[in-house]
Design a protein around this ligand. Structure first.
Ligand code: AMP
Ligand code: ZN
Length: 471
């Protein structure tokens, strides 16, 4: 049975959905004002492994929502700077995020709402209305605030000391006046030049926290939802405030299990723009690495441990992926009759160890160790000629079942099937080269050919034009 560490109780607990075998899971998605970085993707890849484990190991259905935060200070500032509407500004970032998630082999969640969808804004307005009726709010200068002293359970998730909270520092950056520095904004009064809506709230825009509470309950149904997840930095104030809003509005527990993914560090430090180490998938590709290796690296350590990204680690991840993929390919070459009990034992042991590791709070490090033990034993058996075709089939089945959760081998196979350079780019370069030759600029035409060759694409000039093939 699956066990998950619940931040709410600070304990590992047996996990099952509350009813009808469907796990209802919400994860806080990206703020869409920039390309997501590999730290963000650690969270999303780990949550994808959780989703896949629940589906393929535990046999549950999953109904997952991951939102796009497309209205907040940063997206508004970005849109203003670009002279674009909020929608026009956030759309390309959403598209980039979807493409990156697909490249990393992350399964598409059932729901990917934007905060500014009318239905979601309406749900936020309704939730704020319920909070007002329940006496949890006050209005000041056109904004609406949540009064945390009205909710006895406030601080439970983050284990805040309620006494200490009184004179605590302001934690919710926001320039409006509040009764208590810890009170947080639900709806911000409209300002000139900012997008404005009114859903019974008065003109303004939602605060960040209300977006997730309202979308989670609108899309996943009656509380409590089964799992609420995100990166560890979201525990406070974001998730604490989500609980306050949802529970203050409904009187029901919001989420049963809270899952938090530890941060990714880069070369031992935090990722930050000033250090120039905020890597995206583009930088990973520019260094010659593929998304499958990054996916492997991101899931190679337990999600509750900090993970340190290094380029050496990326090289090792490449090597590890290659080892598994090569072994899987080698199994296709095995022939011969009968069965070999030691091979069957190794396969069965790996299957059990893999499942047990994932059921132990998603211990992906131990699950991968089980796969590598199997790879070692299989390679040794093939070398010794002690494997039959049916043994190989049994091994393939188990490796493929493991990969349903890991999603690394299938991703690498899909990458291998792709041209090394996008087809449209190759076509464009072929045309550029044709024009260069037409104006007898052979240096430029050779450069294009050589650069493509370096990237794994060979050009062949035929009487009827230039064709290309993989090197
Ligand atoms: P944001 O776009 O900043 O709202 O972040 C999207 C998700 O990525 C949230 O769940 C964050 O907690 C998570 N996140 C941000 N930085 C990191 C990091 N360095 N490591 C892992 N997760 C992160
Ligand atoms: Zn959230």
């Amino acid at each position: 049975m699956m066990h998950l560490y619940n931040t709410l109780t600070r304990q590992e607990e047996p996990f099952a959905p509350s009813h009808d075998n469907t796990v209802r899971m919400y994860a806080c998605g990206p703020t869409v004002y920039a390309r997501a970085h590999i730290g963000n993707f650690r969270t999303f890849v780990c949550l994808d492994v959780l989703r896949r484990t629940l589906r393929y190991v535990c046999g549950h259905q999953v109904r997952q929502a991951v939102n796009y935060t497309d209205v907040d200070d940063k997206t508004i500032a970005g849109a203003q700077q670009a002279g674009a509407s909020l929608r026009d500004y956030t759309e390309p970032w959403i598209k980039a995020f979807r493409e990156d998630m697909a490249q990393l082999g992350v399964e598409t969640p059932e729901e990917t709402p934007r905060a500014t969808d009318d239905d979601n804004l309406r749900a936020m307005g309704e939730m704020i209305g319920a909070l007002e009726r329940n006496g949890h709010t006050y209005r000041r200068d056109g904004s609406i605030y949540f009064k945390i002293s009205t909710l006895p359970q406030y601080g439970t998730l983050a284990r805040l000391d309620r006494e200490g909270m009184r004179d605590g520092a302001t934690v919710d950056a926001d320039e409006y006046s509040k009764d208590d520095p810890r009170d947080f904004v639900l709806w911000k009064a409209s300002k000139p030049e900012e997008p404005t809506w009114d859903f019974g709230t008065g003109p303004g825009r939602p605060g960040w926290h209300i977006e997730c509470s309202a979308m989670a309950l609108r899309l996943l149904g009656t509380p409590p939802i089964d799992i609420h997840a995100g990166g560890i930095d979201l525990i406070f104030p974001h998730h604490e405030n989500e609980i306050a809003q949802s529970e203050g509005a409904t009187g029901q527990t919001f989420a049963r299990v809270w899952v938090h993914v530890e941060h990714l560090f880069v070369e031992g430090g935090k990722m930050s723009k000033s250090l120039g180490n905020v890597y995206t998938l583009t930088e990973i590709a520019e260094r010659g690495h593929r998304a499958s290796a990054l996916r492997y690296l991101l899931l190679s350590s337990h999600y509750r441990k900090q993970l340190n990204f290094t380029w050496t680690g990326m090289d090792q991840a490449e090597e590890a992926v290659r080892r598994i993929v090569d072994c899987r390919a080698r199994l296709d070459t095995v022939s011969g009759d009968g069965t070999h009990p030691p091979v069957r034992d190794a396969i069965e042991q790996a299957r059990k160890a893999f499942t047990a590791a994932l059921e132990r709070d998603l211990n992906t490090a131990a699950a991968l160790a089980a796969v590598f033990d199997l790879v070692r034993d299989l390679n040794a058996a093939i070398d010794a000629g002690e494997m039959s075709a049916s043994d190989a089939d049994a091994a393939k089945q188990v490796i493929d079942a493991c990969d349903q959760v890991l999603g690394v081998i299938s991703l690498r196979q899909a990458e291998d099937a792709q041209p090394p350079v996008p087809a449209e780019e190759i076509e464009r370069l072929i045309e550029e080269r044709r024009l260069a030759r037409q104006r007898r600029d052979f240096a430029a035409s050779d450069r294009i050919r050589d650069e493509l060759a370096e990237r794994g694409v060979l050009l062949e000039d035929k009487p009827d034009g230039t064709r290309w093939k993989k090197k």
